[in-house]
Design a protein around this ligand. Sequence first.
Ligand code: AMP
Ligand code: ZN
Length: 472
Amino acid sequence: MILYNTLGGTKQEFVPHEAGKVKMYTCGPTVYHYAHIGNLRTYIMEDVLEKYLRYAGYDVLRVMNITDVGHLSSDADTGEDKMLAGAKREHKTVMEIAQYYTDAFFSDASKLNIKKPDVIEPATQCIPEFIEMVETLIDKGYAYLAGGNVYFDTSKLDNYYVFGNMNEDELQVGVRDDVTEDENKRNKNDFVLWFTQSKFEDQALKWESPWGLGYPGWHIECSAISIKHAGEYLDIHCGGVDNAFPHHTNEIAQSEAYLGHKWCNYWFHVLHLLDKRGKMSKSKGGFLTVSLLEEKGYDPLAYRFFCLQSHYRKPLVFSFENLDNAVQAYNKLIARIAKLDANGEQPDLDAAKPYQDKFKEALDNDLNTSLAITALYDVFKGDLSDATKLYLIADFDRVLSLGLIEAAQTQKSQSAPAADLDVAKIDELIAKRTEARANKDWATADAIRDELKAMHVVIKDSKDGVSWEVEQ
Ligand code: AMP
Ligand code: ZN
């Protein structure tokens, strides 16, 4: 497989440390608010990468942290802890906020068919590991204490700007304009490994440490959690491109200083989802969530399809018009699959092979998901039996995870209802209910919904009209 590696800034052949095994780390969400669909673009593309590696035969270990402490409002260690700001906003405790938004994140991820990583570790569960790492960095001369905080000394490194293909201005994207330099720092890029109470009086979560009561910096979390679960050698580290600097740059600095050798070989960064205002961001507010899409009648998997249609290394512009186009294409695809009928036949595996090769070729080329979708459409063009087509679609969907077979089956069961269902009667009742709703006669509308329910028919209102399905 060829992957673009931000480290080096070129496409490179992917070779893991240990043959057949991949150790992968993903920066997890900062759980002070809902994940927006931009964050989820990153998690969708990382999910495809993980699933493709598995599809290609690798044994994958994927680790993800949950940032529930230490991520300040500026990536450059200034401002308030985002978690504390979230707790104040909602008049809850930090841990209540963390639990609520962690659950919300996994619920959204599951609606998008994003698999849970093998290891999920909240930062607050790893305080001893962070302290041990900071102590070692001090012992090795890479860290110093100033004004009560422990800082990493970037002047001790030969090359701090490891992602050399970006210029310094671009590298500052994650940082807010109103950053005031921390006077304790010896060098501009030094960053905090451990904060003590000297910094924020009202910090909610604090732990005892050799440097006083305090809490960890954001960057140390990912290094320590990755090393704890994936060991000293990591194959792929993933994240959104805004994480490349300073977060990932700092992770590399401290991990390699701690370990004394190269840590991670491949850096996989997903470009941003943009809206009219630029990068979709939690702190700017006004962002879109999976629940909002659902309220507007969109199937979350249609959003996944929208993401897969473009390459992860290009910014993706979100608009409802663009999403509507993806919805149409997705629905058409499902309708075409629903017309296929395997009739109990076996697939022809030899005939399927060239199609699988084309699919793999697309993903082997820097995870080109849009070409992989073209490979999926090719299945319909080919002279294949329906059984072989269905086999290939299910096979590709192990990676794409668009719920294709399930959605097609649901559609089939709707268009071919059980013999004892009186479809004419159902249509008549739905028409009557639509009329009642138009007249704002909610009582009649509700009564009809109940009557349908008694017939085990469930109706769903969406912006495209009313649909129904038989209750399972
Ligand atoms: P956060 O919850 O803010 O720590 O971010 C979670 C993940 O989403 C990180 O990998 C970010 O780099 C990524 N991310 C943030 N904003 C966007 C965006 N607009 N588009 C794509 N990924 C993003
Ligand atoms: Zn991280």
